[in-house]
Design a protein around this ligand. Structure first.
Ligand code: SIN
Length: 182
């Protein structure tokens, strides 16, 4: 797929923002245009189970909007291993696509981006935010509680200067729920 020493970039907008877990030589905040982050993908292998699926982030086409994340440049020579690792990690209904990004330092690059397949069986689609929060509060899987996914992503996005995002709304609801013991 890739020449051995060519630069390969990965765009992370969900768990890859706060837990990339693969070797990289650069991590640069970035924007992807024409998409927004929504909690429209069910997770039955990381943050939920088949009996009680969680909800995790995907990118949804949204003309005129843009979504914040981090672009990682993979260590030269490890692209095949990293892509195999990510294909496995994102196997619960994500497809890898190459999309263009704008890095904060002005570079424009193409990056491998994992996006939920809207025709896949794990695509949960839109729902009222209260319902999504309820589902997240009740779900947990091999990677941990679904709430942790949202809280960690929200913290990382605030750190990246994001002020408006479905993640932040869910984070506020879930932290409120935790205080009231829900
Ligand atoms: C990503 O983080 O870019 C993909 C979705 C996820 O693993 O949360």
């Amino acid at each position: 797929m890739c020449a051995l020493n060519a630069s390969v970039w990965i765009f992370g907008y969900g768990s890859l923002v706060w837990r990339p877990d693969f070797p990289h030589v650069e991590a640069v905040p970035a924007w992807i245009s024409g998409y927004e982050r929504r909690f429209w993908q069910a997770s039955t292998d990381h943050r939920g189970t088949p009996a009680r699926p969680g909800r995790v982030a995907t990118l949804v086409e949204a003309p005129g909007l843009r979504c914040r994340g981090i672009a990682y440049r993979i260590t030269p020579g490890s692209a095949a291993d990293v892509l195999a690792y990510l294909d496995h990690r994102e196997k619960n209904g994500y497809l890898s696509r190459r999309l263009s990004l704008e890095l904060d330092d002005g570079r424009r690059i193409g990056a491998v981006t994992y996006i939920a397949d809207p025709r896949g069986i794990h695509f949960a689609g839109p729902a009222p935010l209260e319902e999504i929060a309820r589902q997240i509060r009740q779900a947990s899987g091999p990677s941990g509680a679904n709430v942790e996914y949202v809280v960690r992503l929200a913290d990382a996005l605030r750190h990246l200067g994001v002020a408006e995002d479905e993640t932040l709304e869910l984070d506020a609801m879930l932290r409120g729920g935790a205080q009231s013991g829900a």
